[in-house]
Design a protein around this ligand. Structure first.
Ligand code: PBG
Length: 329
C-alpha cells in the first residue's frame, strides 16, 4: 500500500469529522438481506416458552408461527431456520423421528409454505441430534458416530424435508461425503432446485451450550463431538472441508461459530468465490445479551459484531438477533 503525503497535511480524521462524511466513506454495511432468523419450535398449542439460557429467545408452537414468520417477512428477512424441540419419548438411539414425514419440522415447513408460498426461504438442519437419545448427530456405535450408516439416514431425512417444502437443506452433521450423496438423491427424486447450505466448517465448540438446551439435547449428550466437528486449532483443514463440499455440490457454506472464527471466514472467502454464511451461535448470543442486561454493553455491540462478519467477507449471518436488529435497519 502506498501512502502519499504525511502529517500535518495528511489527516485521516478529516473524513471522520461529519456524520455525512462517515456515511460516504464507510466500507461495509448491514442490511436486512444479510439476516437469517433461527426459530425454535415445539409441539402443543398456544406456547411461547422462554429459553432460560437465551434471554429473549422462545420456543413457539406451530399455531404461533404465522405471526412470527409474517413479522420476519414484514421486516424483509430473506430466510428463517427451523429447529425442533423433540419430546423425549420420541427420541431413540437411531433418531427415527427424523424420518417421520409428519414430525414437527415437516409440519412446520408445510404450514409455512402453504401460507406464505415463496415470500421467505425455509432452511432446515440435516442431522439427527434433535432426535437421538444420546444427543449425537448420527448413529452412535462404540463411542463414535458411524459415518456411512449416518449418511444413509441423512439422505432420507433430506428427501423428507425437501418434500415438506424446505427450500434450503443445511447438513450440520459434519459426516464425510454427505453433501455429494444428498445432492445426488435430491436430483434423482425431483428436487434439483432445493439448495444445499453446507455447515462445511463447524468447529467442536463450547459455544453451542444454550442451543443444546433449547433443542433439549444438552443433558443427553454422551461425551463430545470432537470426532466429527473440527478442531478449533485448525484453519488449513477448514479450506479442505470447503473445497470438498463445493466439489460435492454445496451451493453455499456456513462457518460456525462466528466471532472467534473471523479469520476462517476471511480465508474461505478469499480462496473460494462461494456465498459464505457466518453463524453467530447461541453462546455468542447469550454472552452479548447477558452483558447488555447487566449494562456492561449497549446495543451498539450487536451491530459491531454483525458488521465484523461483513468486514471479514461473510455474505449473510445466521443470528438470534435477526428479528431484533432488523427492526432498527
Ligand atoms: C446440530 C446443531 C448445533 C447447532 C446448530 N445445529 C449444535 C451442535 O452441533 O451441537 C448450534 C447452534 C447454536 O449454538 O446456536 N447439529
Amino acid at each position: 500500500m502506498i501512502i502519499t503525503g504525511k502529517y500535518p497535511q495528511l489527516r485521516l480524521r478529516r473524513n471522520r469529522k461529519r456524520e455525512w462524511s462517515r456515511r460516504l466513506t464507510s466500507e461495509n454495511s448491514l442490511s436486512v438481506n444479510d439476516l437469517i432468523l433461527p426459530i425454535f419450535i415445539v409441539d402443543g398449542k398456544n406456547k411461547k416458552i422462554p429459553i432460560k439460557s437465551m434471554p429473549g429467545v422462545f420456543r413457539y408452537s406451530l399455531d404461533k408461527l404465522n405471526s412470527i414468520v409474517q413479522s420476519a417477512i414484514n421486516s424483509g428477512i430473506p430466510m428463517i431456520a427451523l429447529f425442533p424441540y423433540t419430546k423425549s419419548y420420541l427420541k431413540n438411539s437411531l433418531g427415527t423421528e427424523s424420518l417421520n414425514p409428519n414430525n414437527l419440522v415437516c409440519r412446520a415447513c408445510k404450514l409455512i409454505k402453504k401460507k406464505f408460498k415463496n415470500k421467505i426461504g425455509i432452511m432446515c438442519d440435516v442431522a439427527l441430534d434433535p432426535y437421538t437419545s444420546h444427543g449425537h448427530d448420527g448413529i452412535y456405535q462404540n463411542n463414535d458416530v458411524e459415518n456411512d450408516e449416518t449418511i444413509k439416514i441423512l439422505v432420507e431425512q433430506s428427501l423428507i424435508q425437501a418434500s415438506s417444502g424446505c427450500d434450503v437443506l443445511a447438513p450440520s452433521d459434519m459426516m464425510d461425503g454427505r453433501i455429494g450423496k444428498i445432492r445426488k438423491a435430491l436430483d434423482f427424486n425431483g428436487f434439483k432446485h432445493v439448495q444445499i447450505l453446507s455447515y462445511a466448517v463447524k468447529f467442536a465448540s463450547g459455544y453451542y451450550g444454550p442451543f443444546r438446551d433449547a433443542v433439549g439435547s444438552k443433558n443427553l449428550l454422551k461425551g463430545n463431538k470432537k470426532t466429527y466437528q473440527m478442531d478449533f486449532k485448525n484453519s488449513d483443514e477448514a479450506l479442505r472441508e470447503v473445497a470438498l463440499d463445493i466439489k460435492e455440490g454445496a451451493d453455499m457454506v456456513i462457518i460456525k461459530p462466528g466471532l472467534p472464527y473471523l479469520d476462517i471466514i476471511q480465508k474461505v472467502k478469499s480462496n473460494f468465490k462461494i456465498p459464505v454464511i457466518a453463524y453467530q451461535v447461541s453462546g455468542e448470543y447469550s454472552m452479548i445479551t447477558n452483558s447488555i442486561q447487566k449494562k456492561i454493553y449497549n446495543k451498539d455491540v450487536i451491530m459491531e459484531t454483525l458488521i465484523s462478519f461483513k468486514r471479514s467477507g461473510a455474505n449473510a449471518i445466521i443470528t438470534y438477533f435477526a428479528d431484533k436488529i432488523a427492526k432498527e435497519l
